[in-house]
Design a protein around this ligand. Structure first.
Ligand code: NI
Length: 262
């Protein structure tokens, strides 16, 4: 069984066939999808998807590119959305110095505030960090982030940086990039990290694995990511799938709580 721990099915890339795509996932072994908000608007659409589909869960948070829209009012709404029964994490939150859309101090401030929210509501965090390795670690250390369960989504840094987060007990989110021929750094990280701290993710509609690179991604392509990881770690695909499944259930505790209510 597969849990896609990071997807964006509310993206307009799925407007034409969202229902069809989501309903077809079960046939590819996908049991659950965690849809991740990136702006206040997409947190609303994420919550609506979770309400509509029993196998979709929600993460709510504002991405560093979008934090310019945050205010106390927005934070109050996020707090309410975090309390919904199918909201399983706060994210995606973090720093993005690649696009640098918002002032860096503003990004840091709202990253820290949203980590505080996660602590307050007792949810894990989904961290987005791009070209901001040192500052991400600094802001997280200042927030005692090791006390909150977390995943560094679409991990793109060095093995040395991976060690920092792995030592905290954090998960690393691995997706389509690991299948790319030239992705040497992430292959090294996967070789180094224990399977027990791996989460499988798509970030769909982005980052489709080879041979679909550049096309629209869906959770049905996760078996290609599993194959690449099994190859690097020299274990069976079954072991990768099963371990990642158990990890995702351990990380998103509210999925289990929701199952118990059904
Ligand atoms: Ni994402």
């Amino acid at each position: 069984m597969i849990i896609d721990t990071h997807a964006h099915y509310d993206d307009s890339a799925f407007d034409a066939d969202r229902d069809e795509v989501l309903k077809s996932l079960k046939a590819s072994g996908v049991e659950y999808v965690v849809n991740v908000g990136a702006s206040l608007k997409s947190c609303h659409t994420t919550a609506a998807l979770a309400e509509k589909y029993p196998f979709v869960y929600a993460a709510v948070g504002v991405h560093p590119d979008e934090v310019g829209e945050l205010s106390e009012e927005g934070m109050a709404w996020l707090r309410e959305a975090a309390a919904l029964p199918k909201t399983v994490a706060i994210g995606e939150i973090g720093l993005d110095y690649y696009w640098d859309k918002e002032e860096r101090d503003v990004q840091k401030e709202w990253f820290a505030r949203q980590m505080e929210l996660a602590k307050e509501v007792g949810l894990p965090i989904i961290v987005h960090s791009r070209e901001a390795a040192a500052d991400t670690l600094d802001v997280m250390k200042a927030q005692n982030a090791r006390e909150i369960p977390g995943v560094i989504h679409c991990f793109g840094y060095s093995t040395q940086m991976a060690k920092e987060y792995l030592d905290w007990g954090y998960f690393l989110g691995i997706g389509g990039v690991v299948t790319f021929k030239n992705a040497r750094k992430i292959k090294e990280v996967v070789e180094y990290m224990p399977l027990s701290q791996l989460l499988l993710e798509t970030d769909c509609p982005y980052l489709a694995p080879a041979p679909f690179r550049g096309k629209r991604n869906t959770s049905a392509y996760i078996p290609l990511i599993i194959e690449a990881i099994a190859d690097i770690k020299k274990v069976s695909t079954k072991e990768v799938e099963q371990t990642a499944y158990e990890n995702a259930r351990r990380f998103y505790k509210k999925i289990r709580q929701a199952e118990l209510r059904i």
